[in-house]
Design a protein around this ligand. Sequence first.
Ligand code: GTP
Ligand code: MG
Length: 403
Amino acid sequence: MIEKNSIEHEKAVLIGVINREQNEEKVSEFLDELEFLTYTAGGEVVKRFVQRMDVPNPKTLIGSGKMEEVQAFVKANDIGSVIFDDELTPAQQRNIEKLLRCKIVDRTSLILDIFAQRAQTSYARTQVELAQYEYLLPRLTGLWTHLERQRGGIGMRGPGETEIETDRRIVRDRISLLKKKLEKIDRQMETQRGNRGALVRVALVGYTNVGKSTLMNVISKSEVFAENKLFATLDTTVRKVVIGNLPFLLSDTVGFIRKLPTQLVESFKSTLDEVREADLLLHVVDISHPQFEEHIDSVNKILHEIGCSDKNTIMVFNKIDQYRHEVIDSDDLVTEKTERHFTIEEWKRTWMQRVGDKAIFISALNKQNLDEFRKRVYDEVRDIHVTRFPYNNFLYPEHLDEY
Ligand SMILES: Nc1nc2c(ncn2[C@@H]2O[C@H](COP(=O)(O)OP(=O)(O)OP(=O)(O)O)[C@@H](O)[C@H]2O)c(=O)[nH]1
Ligand SMILES: [Mg+2]
């Protein structure tokens, strides 16, 4: 089921749609992210097609004129995959496949593909495989409904349906098998988590590629894989960290993304248990990313979905070394100042206003402001510890100079 590097070094084309919900600028941002996803999956984007339309074409998503343009380009340039930012219905996918005669990928299947490539442990692989089958199941139905309709009528129903049923059953059996396998691993991991004792648990969460693993590495002096690609981390790593003389557990886990496929959220349930069971979340943000505030919203949405929105959270704004604000020419009386022109100081003020001392600005890579970060985490962990063990205060020295 898991295909490795299925679109490696392939030439790809991206397709986005401008409508009432997403204006031109938004679509261009979405396609930037889709391009990064494509690159992470091993593909190379050679062209983007964007169409303005309020109602999507039920047959092919984009209009027939635009589709002809894409068709000609695909043929002339040896394109391996055409990647849509919007989710396609099974019927649209089939129709487009017939027209373009190359792989048709949507955002969800692209993300699933990356997860499949990146899954290292058998646990992660099982989770991804489950998500892939969950994605496949309704599409399988669609495929056969199409054939059913084509054959149609009396006499054709029997064998057709048997085939559909057989296919669906195979996939369903596989799904329940994978679920059982995961349940077993879950129980083992639960026991493992239970064995960790009474230490306070802190979890790094955030959008993908914001620097969670890098921060984990500098804080815990460990060697968690970090790179400038999306979803570098799929498995959860837990390390014991000591700040001052206060030990706690820090976990680094899978990054989030806008429209994270629901199948993935569901099958990564157990990986996300680490987040669910944490006493404190460090929500890491890449402040140098132009859409960082949207990223925060996406992460909060997923945290809400997994029942973690009320957790004690510190906002960690990372990559301050890389942040560049746009400067307005002082003679420029026309351009209005927007968030794009905020300096780090201004961002600090706005976020401090929102979350008080629960915001901190650092660079994990250049190790800027890490002492303040450590102190903030220390204070928070200590407070949790004190509430939990009110009589056990031997841990806290008078002077906290040595973090
Ligand atoms: N300039 C700069 N780059 C950073 C900083 N922190 C991390 N990076 C880079 O950002 C990229 C992503 O870092 P990771 O630590 O892998 O990010 P992550 O959040 O763990 O990503 P996923 O596991 O993919 O979700 C790497 O290329 C890091 O070197 C920072 O403070 N400044
Ligand atoms: Mg990571």
